[in-house]
Design a protein around this ligand. Sequence first.
Ligand SMILES: [Zn+2]
Ligand SMILES: [Zn+2]
Length: 261
Amino acid sequence: MISLIIYCFLVYLLAGVGTSVGYHRILTHKSATLPRWLEYTIVVIALPAGTPIQWVGNHRAHHKYEDTERDPHSPIIQGFWYAHCGWYLSTKNQLLSFLYALGGPLRMILDSFLRPRSNQEHNHFAKDVSSVSFYRMISAPLIYNLILLLYLSVLVLFFWFFWKWNGVLALWISLVLIYNLGDAVNSFGHLYGNSKGGSSARNNAVLGWLTFGDGWHANHHKKPNLAKHGIKKSQVDLSFLIISLLRKCKLVDKIQGYEKN
Ligand SMILES: [Zn+2]
Ligand SMILES: [Zn+2]
């Protein structure tokens, strides 16, 4: 049972590094520069969160149009469930969004078809990403589809092989938690916690800890390009710790705002 928990935690760690470090801080905000091979590796790990082009485009649009009609996911304008995960399905149906949020591995199957096809309207904000042939390739519908189904097959078979139905259930719960923690930054992160500087974005301690520092969302909206989202000592920022560790290993060239913080 201990080994099952460790492997679930490993999936959570990989998802956090891929999404928070890779997609969010490196690819979207250029908060740090990694060698290409490492950047590509981390981005490939993050693929279940969406295609790199679509993820970066939507997130940059979120910062640009924060809490206006053009924000892709604002809980203040479009409601909690739409901002949480309904926007992936372009639906304001709360039951559908709720079922999708609990989908876990089933959500991954649906996403493998949807993510390269839906939410593409802000791709023009990610021209630097789409200009890289590797990112174009893994964002293509068929390739993305195959990679995601391969990921899911490997995960399900691995957990089934060692722990049978207990393993599959634990994987399901882990995936539900991982997806919803990421989505919570867009929903809870603009509703609950301490706000700062006139933005609706909040510093939420629970999210700060669990989402690798992305939950220090008010800090982040104030200075989006800074690599460090947890500014105070008490604001633990796991992604920044990982980026700092990579820097110590001489795998990061430049960290935005590192000297100042
Ligand atoms: Zn935000
Ligand atoms: Zn951001």
